[in-house]
Design a protein around this ligand. Structure first.
Ligand code: AMP
Length: 371
């Protein structure tokens, strides 16, 4: 068990690392962070800041040297480097989960192997292979790069064969998958957290609303039938135990109009749709993650009140600052990023409310999130 006073090393200095670090510091842990940028969101709150590329051997050795346990805040770490690290340091999450989730082809295969449902799909190493196999799933479909896509980047929707050429550029850097377009009614995410003893808990399930492929709002609990939510938890549990999860896994899912669930993708780390848990639960996704990687017993999550989380992108930073006096019930989080670029995630707001629909209207009428 890792105890207060010991040091947690975090690979990645973004907002997820920062919020993990803040949770850990409450209990008296020390934080070391590895990130290429000085004064990163996590660097600002860390005790030790190591500034270097994520795959820099010397920097990883330094992180190892100062850390009693190492975790990561994102999945696009060099797998070979992480694997070596697991042999030399205490990395309870292991490297396998990263190998699987950083490649959509592996990820889909493992979700299926866990017995959870995915959309019909094919994998292709070249555009020619895609052209040959795509008839197996038909149109409309979505072609996605196997590596490196996020927030809708690295993917195109094809409505008919005439558009096939539009998928060609995706093969420049990576193999791809093509999957049937799912006519979903809503998107939800289950954040499941598990310790090495195999104990797991799901956080209350979030319903996610995207704008321009970026998460805009999470509503908790998701507005879906109890039976659907129970099924969603069961699917997440299947995947977590198949992957022998230690730490956090976010499972993004589609819910169809008949209540059927399809798994979209996985993230082996705390997730944007779980930020609400900082205020709205007796244990936040960040506290629970720290408990899991430090070998502490997990706490059964409890939701204090229904909640809405809204993301703050670059263009929302100035408007939210002006709105502070008007909304005393809104918990405002800004991540300390130096530059408020448009569409860059800069922070979020959480609102606990017994009146979800009224609060959604209040958010809209605030004029802060305009498109
Ligand atoms: P992803 O990067 O896989 O999370 O995809 C980004 C967003 O594109 C998802 O949140 C969905 O809104 C949409 N999307 C992805 N895959 C599909 C699909 N097979 N059918 C319909 N919509 C999809």
């Amino acid at each position: 068990m890792i105890l207060p006073g010991q040091t947690i090393g975090i690979i990645g200095g973004g907002q997820l690392g920062r919020m993990m670090g803040l949770a850990a510091k409450e209990a008296g842990f020390r934080i070391a962070v590895l990130d290429p940028t000085k004064n990163s969101p996590c660097g600002q709150i860390a005790d030790v800041e190591i500034i270097a590329p994520y795959d820099d051997e010397k920097a990883l050795a330094e992180l190892r040297e100062v850390s009693d346990v190492i975790t990561f805040e994102f999945e696009n770490i060099d797998y070979e480097g992480l694997k070596r690290l697991t042999e030399q340091a205490y990395v309870p999450q292991g490297a396998e989960l990263v190998r699987i989730t950083q490649n959509r082809i592996n990820e889909k295969a493992e979700i299926q192997a866990a017995g959870a449902p995915v959309a019909p799909y094919i994998a292709a190493d070249s555009f020619e292979e895609l052209a040959e196999k795509i008839e197996d799933i038909g149109y409309p479909c979505i072609v996605k790069t196997a590596f490196g896509g996020y927030d809708g980047k690295g993917q195109v929707k094809l409505d008919s064969k005439d558009q096939l050429e539009e998928a060609k550029p995706l093969f420049a850097h990576s193999s791809c998958i093509a999957e049937a377009f799912v006519p979903f009614e809503k998107e939800i995410s289950v954040i499941i957290q598990r310790n090495s003893a195999g104990r797991s808990y799901c956080l209350p399930i979030a319903e996610n609303i995207h704008k321009h492929h970026i998460l805009h709002e999470s509503i908790v609990p998701a507005r879906a039938e109890e039976t659907v939510l129970q099924q969603a938890e069961r699917e997440a549990e299947k995947i977590a135990s198949h992957l022998k999860l230690v730490g956090t896994l976010a499972v993004e899912m589609f819910v169809l109009s008949d209540g059927k669930i399809i798994i979209n993708e996985l993230a082996p780390r705390p997730h944007n749709s779980g930020h609400y848990s900082i205020e709205a639960c007796n244990v936040s996704q960040f506290h629970q993650h720290i408990r899991a990687v430090c070998g502490w017993p997990l706490r059964k999550p409890k939701l204090w009140a229904p909640s809405i989380m809204v993301n703050l992108l670059g263009e929302h930073v100035e408007p939210i600052k002006k709105a502070i006096t008007e909304y005393p019930d809104w918990s405002i989080h800004l991540y300390g990023k130096a530059e408020a670029k448009e569409k860059r995630k800069m922070g979020h707001v959480t609102i606990m409310t017994d009146h979800i629909e009224e609060t959604l209207l209040e958010i809209e009428q605030s004029g802060i999130w305009q498109d």
